[in-house]
Write a protein that binds this ligand. Sequence first.
Ligand SMILES: Nc1nc2c(ncn2[C@@H]2O[C@H](COP(=O)(O)OP(=O)(O)O)[C@@H](O)[C@H]2O)c(=O)[nH]1
Ligand SMILES: [Mg+2]
Length: 218
Amino acid sequence: MSKEHSSKIIELNEDLIENNDRLAAQNSKLLRKKNIRAFDFVGAIGAGKTAIIESIVERISNEYKVLVINGDVTTRIDADRIEQYGVKTIQINTGRECALNSYHISQVINHYDLSEIDILFIENVGNLICPSDFILGTEKRIVIVSITEGEWVIEKHPMLFKMSDIAIINKIDLLDVIDVNIEKMVSDAKKINPNLNIIKTSAITGENIPKLIKALEI
Ligand SMILES: Nc1nc2c(ncn2[C@@H]2O[C@H](COP(=O)(O)OP(=O)(O)O)[C@@H](O)[C@H]2O)c(=O)[nH]1
Ligand SMILES: [Mg+2]
């Protein structure tokens, strides 16, 4: 590829990210103005994003009006799972895109009756790489990995850990049956981002879910 062509590609990418950041700032402003707490859950397919959101809404849906946006490539399976807890959901199918972006979120929050919401949970598309380019304008980003992904998963994906506020290491109920060094995972996360609040959870047994809810300041 010629030099001229490659520099054009970089410009286009930078534009895309800049536009996304601008719209994310508008999302953040609108959500704050309406007093809505918003959280972006990112992580690989199968890490437990839906299961963690289910275990949170199960505990708080009596007290708060919650909306969950589920990002997925095609299906609405996750939204259906969440709706069992009497919570409203919006499924966004991104097609070939491997992350939600701030335009998706702005489309929702500019067309939804925001007086109906206290808390907005966003389940991003299952991916540990793409969401790092696209902030959404939420108050916090929560990155979820599970011990079944292996002890190298954090070391191999530093970007998302750098830009998150909370790191969840999930599926600790399986610690007895999986050969994994969870302390290495914790120390990798701390090394990448000393400000990360690291919480080890099980969405199945509920272990440390109250601690997570406290960390979200809900
Ligand atoms: N043992 C165990 N299984 C879990 C836990 N969290 C999620 N799972 C299971 O892992 C699979 C993927 O979970 P899901 O929430 O769909 O992951 P997502 O793709 O990140 O949304 C499902 O079969 C869940 O039941 C956990 O803490 N412990
Ligand atoms: Mg899911």
